[in-house]
Design a protein around this ligand. Structure first.
Ligand SMILES: *Cc1c(COP(=O)(O)O)cnc(C)c1O
Length: 390
């Protein structure tokens, strides 16, 4: 086990001597041991691991809850809403929302963020049809089913980006009803990005004024402005709501996410609740106050410079893995500005050891910032050995 974790656990158990039953302590130790062994080898999912959130422990003795709207203090005082507002302000600036017209909150994850974006869009345009690509995350069709929205799936190009010709064709007949478009800004399998500028131009061309564009930027959102990507994905590009995950690139140690929109749009879609002394603007009522601290810590600890630096580190490592795989005869490719290295399906031994995400056509490795080079080399060696033996 990682000696740091072991040391922390021992200190914890010593502090609570007599407080914790030995059997319970042993079960917990074994669990932590197993997770600590697995952690370095988990390279298939886009979870940053280069964080130290030890400061959080000091907050665990408090019943924290960010109940309801972060911009309304409400009656429940044990919250981190002041910090949450700073997180929302940071990302509203980053995603170029109008300075006097933004709103958002820290969600339970990218899934809740997408559900919120679609629920908001439905309130604003009850008759509109949802369009998303075949590479959309499963939370998108699921949200449409839950919300009973009519939806159309649009074809994708080989590398995972939406097929703009099919998108344009599917806009046919929507001038009266309107269109709700989900731009997949970093697909789960290949990190392809639908360009919101092109989607918007197609809506203009089709004469569809009733519209809402939701950007699902679960993984890429927090770094895209630092990557040199020139496509559209933010408010200035004409997007109306944006979702991203907090535990992916930003490395929160528990699942969380952010959703952002214009304040003027969100205000048209919600009402007042006397019980909490607030506005019922969030999907979840009780919300995770600790996740807020992790996101606040990430943006203050790293800042934009640090986030840009982390992107460059991940990108250099992705480039390295791609080239090294090609050198050993594995055809690996990447979308532009992506940290995801894509290759064909792999043997179960490799998939299990490295916890690679895969579908029928692809497997991938995500080169997160500060992934140790030794691990990446070990991965390439494993791929070479299996390629040879296979
Ligand atoms: C991961 C992901 C999601 C879902 O986010 P969670 O935080 O896991 O709920 C949504 N969309 C895309 C494109 C994703 O990659």
């Amino acid at each position: 086990m990682d000696p740091l974790t072991d040391h922390r656990l021992r200190r914890y158990l010593n502090d609570r001597q007599g407080g914790m039953n030995r059997v319970i302590a042993e079960r917990i130790r074994l669990l932590l041991d197993g997770l600590g062994t697995q952690n370095p080898y988990s390279l298939g999912y886009p979870m940053a691991k280069d964080f130290d959130h030890a400061f959080l422990a000091s907050f665990l003795d408090l019943p924290l809850n960010n109940l309801g709207d972060p911009f309304v203090d409400g009656r429940y005082g044990l919250n981190t809403k002041a910090f949450e507002r700073e997180v929302i302000e940071y990302f509203a600036r980053y995603f170029r929302a109008p300075a006097d017209d933004f709103w958002g909150y820290v969600t339970a994850g990218g899934t809740e963020s997408n559900l919120f974006g679609l629920a908001l869009a439905r309130e604003l345009h009850p008759e509109a049809v949802v369009l998303y690509s075949a590479a959309a995350h499963y939370s998108v069709p699921k949200s449409c089913r839950l919300l009973r929205m009519t939806a159309r799936e649009v074809a994708v190009q080989d590398h995972g980006e939406i097929d703009y010709a099919d998108f344009t064709a599917q806009l046919d007949g929507l001038r009266e009803r309107g269109a709700i478009v989900v731009a997949n800004v970093g697909t789960t399998m290949t990190e392809a990005k639908d360009d919101a500028l092109r989607l918007r131009a197609a809506l203009d061309h089709a004469g569809i004024a009733l519209r809402h564009i939701h950007a699902d930027a679960a993984f890429c959102g927090p770094f895209l402005h630092h990557s040199g990507y020139q496509g559209g994905f933010d408010f200035d590009h004409g997007v109306d709501s944006i979702a991203f995950s907090g535990h992916k690139f930003l490395g929160a140690p528990m699942p969380c996410g952010v959703v952002l929109t214009r304040k003027s749009l969100s205000e048209r879609a919600h009402g007042e609740v006397p019980y909490i002394g607030g506005t019922d603007s969030t999907l979840s009522g009780s919300r995770n106050a600790l996740a807020v601290l992790c996101l606040w810590f990430a943006v203050h600890q790293w800042g934009s410079e640090g986030i840009a630096h982390r992107y460059r580190d991940g990108e250099a490592k992705a480039r390295f893995v791609q080239a090294a795989l090609c050198d050993v005869g594995v055809s690996a490719w990447r979308n532009p500005h992506a940290l995801t290295v894509v290759f064909g399906p792999v043997r179960p031994e490799i998939q299990n050891k490295w916890q690679l995400a895969s579908d029928s056509r692809h497997a991938h490795l995500v080169a997160m910032p500060n992934t140790p080079m030794a691990l990446l080399n070990e991965f390439v060696n494993d791929m070479q050995n299996f390629a040879r033996s296979g």
